[in-house]
Design a protein around this ligand. Structure first.
Ligand SMILES: C[C@H](O)[C@H](C)C(=O)SCCNC(=O)CCNC(=O)[C@H](O)C(C)(C)COP(=O)([O-])OP(=O)([O-])OC[C@H]1O[C@@H](n2cnc3c(N)ncnc32)[C@H](O)[C@@H]1OP(=O)([O-])[O-]
Length: 719
């Protein structure tokens, strides 16, 4: 819907009305066509202003319409009608002008933006490209290099940067619509030809071929198999080399290849999934819209190791005052320096003042007596964490939320160490905590909905993708990672190499394969956990029995490397070798390969040829299968929760939607059939045993992923 008013006697004011972001739905497009026509044919109107209601210009095309037959007037002629108008049209940009919203503004003759506005063409993040003339008009307006950067990254720019780039003509701190109306009055009657961007030639660029070659190479590397960024480069190239009409034809062709692609569906699924996880619900029935969060004005972090420092920075960057506690004086001083440095660098990147005064450092846990929420981040040891929780229960004011950053310990066991277990939740950050987007908010059976609501709200305030999950070993992310890693170890036993496994996973789109990731995080981390689970046995026993522990197949390969002191990058040797401890470039390690050969011989294993297909099926389907167990256990409320966790915290390629979305794309029946195939070959591997939920979903006709929630409820009610 678009509303029309005449203001200041001779300015036609068109207001887009489609809450919450004035997306260009069919009705809005029709409204724009009608109101523009009205303004242009009204003799009293000398110029036109287009704005959006509720302080937001336009969030672009209506993504919700992409899955259905598009109706209503198309965008391109609608924008062309504005550009070719004989009266000046001014866009008054508040909030956001993104995608089709910015393309609409680029069709206008002038653009006035509020200083807090954000502008961009983020279509690439939805697996698309700017297909309403944006890929042809923006390069003509701001030049090829700047346009290439905005369109291939999809990044949003501030109004200040948009002015500097030449996207907008004026920036105001005051009422944008009023400023635009005043501006529109001032340009009435002026010649508009110089303002019709599509008629401009693209600014000449020396050595165009070299520029596009270089950008295409960079884009291919960072895309890791995503197709939209490449199409974006090709579309801008058309703008730089073809007349506008031909360029628009090229834009249309390229968009046609993307619009129905699996990758576009995956990326749009991620867009909505990231918004859906904010609408959390617990098995108890408690939900996001019925649970009121407690206000958090002051927070505290206990333990300033690597995680504690990152968490302190993430909290301080929200403007909260933070008490940072570390009992060891030397550790406290080092932490203070590190945290200040991170805050200064972060502030510089964001162009704001560093919140150094917002953090108070103390060696004394008494200092947290009046905070609203505490995050404990001490060493991953249950006895130490229990002691801290007992101290906090004694020190903190009534009602203070006690959160633990544990990545594997039992949140409910810690809760039972306090007089108010309802105030205890897990807040599982990922290293580096001030950078990684993901936050698992872990509720135990006694955690109150208010505690969950408060942690989720604080997560959103820190800019995290916060996902509420139930308490269980490894929560969601690490629980699914276990079978994924174990399968990779088994593949090595059977003849694969770290290089082969990693290559298959990196070609799939992961930034790092499982073995390069293991070298980065340190082999000793997993070794410590396996020791804690009583799985590690000393000595070099051989034969099948040495590879069966706690009644299931077990590969001691990682343990044996650790016994050699090969912890990965930190020791200069792990699954790969490195020039020196701490260096990051993984190189082929002949020692490791002969060690694998000797290991197989010792255990009577005969290496066989393993291809990428098998690597992907065994590693990814084992992980996905655990995802179905998690859904069946109610630990995750829906597939979106699992997919957001993996995309924002475990490097699952976004253009593949997430593990559960991927399973849906591959076909649940196929995943089931392959799991059954491998389970028959490896009966001693329980995690290959297909989840009963997967079986039941297949038996009920493999409903589409957006129907899984309902299907799971129905299937549970039949149990
Ligand atoms: C031809 C053309 O070339 C092409 C092809 C295109 O134009 S493709 C489209 C390109 N446009 C984009 O990529 C911009 C996408 N949107 C955003 O980046 C953000 O939304 C925002 C604008 C910066 C606001 O952030 P927010 O934090 O204030 O609110 P929110 O929670 O994100 O969003 C609030 C609610 O609005 C919904 N929503 C947001 N943008 C939408 C859109 N473009 N279409 C449909 N729904 C949208 C969203 O799902 C949520 O719904 P619900 O969860 O409440 O039910």
């Amino acid at each position: 819907m678009a509303e029309y008013n005449r203001v200041s006697e001779c300015v036609g004011l068109i207001t887009l009305r489609n809450p919450p972001v004035n997306a260009l739905s069919a009705a809005v497009r029709q409204g724009i066509v009608d109101t523009v026509q009205r303004a242009l044919s009204d003799p009293n109107v000398k110029s036109v202003v287009i704005c959006g209601q509720n302080g937001i210009f336009c969030g672009g095309a209506d993504i919700k319409e992409f899955g259905s037959n598009m109706t209503g007037p198309p965008l391109i002629p609608m924008i062309h009608a504005i550009e070719s108008a004989n009266k000046p049209v001014v866009a008054a940009i508040e909030g956001s002008a993104l995608g089709g919203g910015l393309e609409l503004a680029l069709g206008c003759h002038y653009r006035i933006a509020h200083s807090k506005a954000r502008l961009g063409l983020p279509e690439v993040s939805l697996g698309l490209l700017p297909a309403a003339g944006g890929s042809q008009r923006l390069p003509r307006l701001i030049g090829v290099p700047a346009a290439l950067n905005l369109i291939t990254t999809g990044r949003h720019v501030t109004a200040a940067e948009a002015l500097q780039l030449g996207i907008v003509d004026q920036v105001t701190d005051h009422n944008t619509v009023a400023a635009a109306v005043k501006f529109a009055l001032s340009v009435a009657g002026r010649s508009l030809d110089p303002r019709r961007i599509s008629t401009h030639p693209c600014p000449q660029q020396p050595d165009l071929d070299a520029l596009f070659e270089e950008v295409m190479q960079k884009v291919r590397q960072s895309a890791r198999g995503a197709i939209a960024p490449i199409a974006c480069v090709q579309a801008v190239r058309a703008a730089a080399t073809l007349p506008y009409a031909q360029g628009m034809e090229r834009e249309r062709e390229l968009m046609a290849t993307l619009f129905t692609s699996g990758q576009a569906r995956a990326l749009q699924y991620c867009f909505f999934a990231e918004r859906a996880v904010g609408r959390w619900r617990m098995p108890s029935g408690a939900r996001w819209d019925t649970s009121k969060p407690r206000p958090v004005h002051k927070a505290a972090v206990i333990g300033l190791g690597t995680m504690g420092r990152g968490i302190t920075v993430a909290l301080a960057q929200t403007g909260l005052s933070v008490i940072a506690v570390e009992t060891q004086e030397k550790q406290l001083m080092e932490a203070k320096q590190a945290i200040s440095g991170m805050l200064e660098r972060g502030a510089k990147r964001r162009g704001v003042a560093p919140a150094l005064d917002g953090v108070i450092y103390s060696q004394n846990i008494q200092a947290v007596a009046d905070v609203d929420l505490v995050i404990e981040a001490v060493f991953e040891d249950i006895a130490l964490k229990t002691k801290v929780f007992q101290q906090l229960s004694a020190v903190c004011k009534p009602g203070t939320l006690l959160c633990t950053n544990t990545s594997a310990l039992d949140v409910d066991q810690l809760a039972s160490e306090t007089p108010n277990p309802e105030l205890v939740v897990g807040m599982h950050f990922f290293a580096p905590a001030h950078v990684m987007k993901l936050l698992e908010v872990v509720y135990g059976p006694r955690s109150s909905p208010q505690a969950v609501a408060t942690a989720m709200q604080l997560g959103k305030k820190m800019g995290k993708a916060s996902v509420a999950v139930g308490n269980c070993r490894g929560f969601v992310g690490n629980r699914m990672l276990k079978p994924y890693i174990e399968e990779a170890f088994f593949l090595l036993e059977e003849g694969a190499t770290p290089e082969l496994v990693d290559q298959a996973l990196e070609e799939f789109g992961f930034p790092m394969g499982v073995f390069r990731m293991s070298d980065l995080s340190g082999l000793d981390v997993g070794w410590r956990v396996r020791k804690g689970d009583g799985l590690v046995e000393p000595g070099t026993a051989s034969g099948r029995s040495a590879r069966i522990r706690q009644g299931r197949r077990y590969s001691p390969l990682g343990d044996l490397l650790c016994e050699e002191g090969h912890f990965g990058q930190k020791t200069g040797r792990g699954w790969y070798q490195y020039d020196k401890p701490g260096s990051r470039v993984a190189r082929f390690d002949p020692w490791l390969h002969s060690f694998l050969g000797a290991y197989r011989a010792q255990h009577g294993l005969v290496a066989r040829r393993i291809d990428h297909q098998e690597v992907l099926e065994r590693c990814l389907y084992a992980l996905i299968n655990e995802g179905f167990h998690i859904l069946d256990d109610g630990i995750a409320a829906g597939p979106e929760d699992i997919d957001v966790i993996y995309v924002s915290g475990y490097g699952w390629p976004r253009h593949r939607g997430g593990p559960m979305f991927y399973a849906n794309m591959v076909g649940l029946a196929k995943v089931l059939e392959r799991l059954e195939h491998y389970q028959q070959l490896h009966p001693e591997v329980p995690h290959l045993q297909p989840s009963s939920l997967l079986r039941r979903l297949v038996a009920s006709g493999s409903p589409p992923i957006h129907k899984w929630g309902e299907a799971i409820k129905k299937l549970h009610s039949q149990l």
